[in-house]
Design a protein around this ligand. Sequence first.
Ligand code: GLC
Length: 585
Amino acid sequence: MLNRAKFLFATLSLVLWLDAGTSLAQQPPQQSSKHEQAQQKSQDPWWKHAVIYEIYPRSFQDSNGDGVGDINGITSRLDYIHDLGIDAIWISPMYPSPLIDFGYDISDYTAIDPLYGTLADFDHLVSEAKKRNIRVIMDFVPNHTSDQHPWFKESRSSRSNPKRDWYIWRDGNAMGQPPNNWQSWFGHSAWKLDPATNQYYYHHFYTEQPDLNWRNPQVRKAMYDAMRFWLKRGVAGFRIDAVSRLFEDPNLHDDPILPGKNAYGDPNIAHKYTDNLPEVHEVLREMRKVVNAYPGNPVMISEADEPNIAELAKMYGAKNDEVQLPMDFQIADVNKLSAPDFRRLLNEIDRNAVGGQPHYFFSNHDQPRQWDRYGDGVHNDQIAKLMAALLLATRATPLMYYGEELGMRTTEPARKEDVQDPIGKIGWPEEKGRDGERTPMQWDASTNAGFSASQRPWLPVPPSASIYNVVAESQDPKSILAFYKRLLALRRNEPALRDGRYLPLNQEDTNVLSFLRKEPGRGEAILVVLNMSAEPRTIKFDLSAHGVKGGSANPLLAAPEIGAESTQLNHFSVPAFGVFIGSVD
Ligand code: GLC
């Protein structure tokens, strides 16, 4: 079976072939912890210190028993999110939508789908979140609308409609076929013939997701106004969907065909003329100006699976005037426990030319969950802690996905008829879609894991929920959840771990990834050691080059747990898949 991680990975390697009023309402109230004091003194914007948590709203908490999660459900779980140690939540789309792509097909950018609640519910969520120092980040989908959006309905109504040029319409070729060979990311031709006007429209994703024409200034204005609508309501920024796909070659050059076929049975293709066109950056600079006009340092996070560090770094903008946090898909796509691979990528992004803030994640609503992706089938719980430390102890703004803190696993549908995600229907059985990583949050061991009172939640609750759930793990000090909580608390309270420099160590080591985090001011240093191999390792550290004179490290957090005694740096033992985080001086 070619799973989606592998499929996306394969697709990504093909891409490699290319030439390459927030209102003050969102200002958190004063707090007295060491963390908050440090934040208040710091000149840095909040997002540099934040831990962000993605919520897939259909799957987090159902408050009205219809089997689908909703806004009031999220609000009811804010205490959990706060106690976990989260600073901001990014919520996947909740706009009105026919739900072909479960919300990534939007039919109104300035409203809430009744399935999730009302605008009043949303305002309530933002204000309750604020009371707990949690910011709310909206998902924003600029590349395409739903085919049910009134703009598209107008556009398709006639060739002379004023909104015709809001989308990409073209005649078929001389043989009455689609205008060229461009392919949808979700399989088959990216062109769909619309009989009403006998022209084709372009859709990078599903046929029900026509691409907007970003060369049209009216489109830009309408979309920037939609961003302003949410900024005025107090959102702390946007996660911007599929941003590298905004433009296509106006001359419609065919994309280069590559050897082999993809999971949908189409020829492999390099998206040379439909992805990462330079015009994307002009739009990102304009969007940045839109968000910069609001107080509270709203953030832009971009989704774009950039093929290399040079392309990723471009997302920050040459003058740091584009996206503050471009998601690092290269690190997310390593897909194996490899100290050398992680080290190389961490080093590269840490040293990016414009000094942009790294932004790491391993799981999301499109990626198989990290518990199984990195697990070896035997030590998955220990490896989940290792991955937590890789995410939360490196120098970055980390992005978590709901349930990763529990060790939720990917649970794919067993039968085609159970599949919800259309790409699973198009690509079955090779491509089973993304249902596996979108199953309901596992709150407790009751029916439907406490997610919903419905007889039939929109996706089934995995059997593992009886053990891997919030209530059970809260009672077990050795659980994955307990480890995440301790690590998040450590990160909040140790400025070196949160903001310190990242200094890679023992760079030739093929098994153990280790680094120092060093605070610029007082020079406090924390040693992080991650054994990515299935064998115990004994290694040596010489930290004198980094101004560390002492010969031992005092443990702050380790998994498996160890005692409080300090560990000698010249004879440092770390168990299989072990994590050590300790202070050195
Ligand atoms: C992004 C979203 C994904 C969606 C696609 C099309 O990749 O993360 O879930 O299907 O865009 O909108």
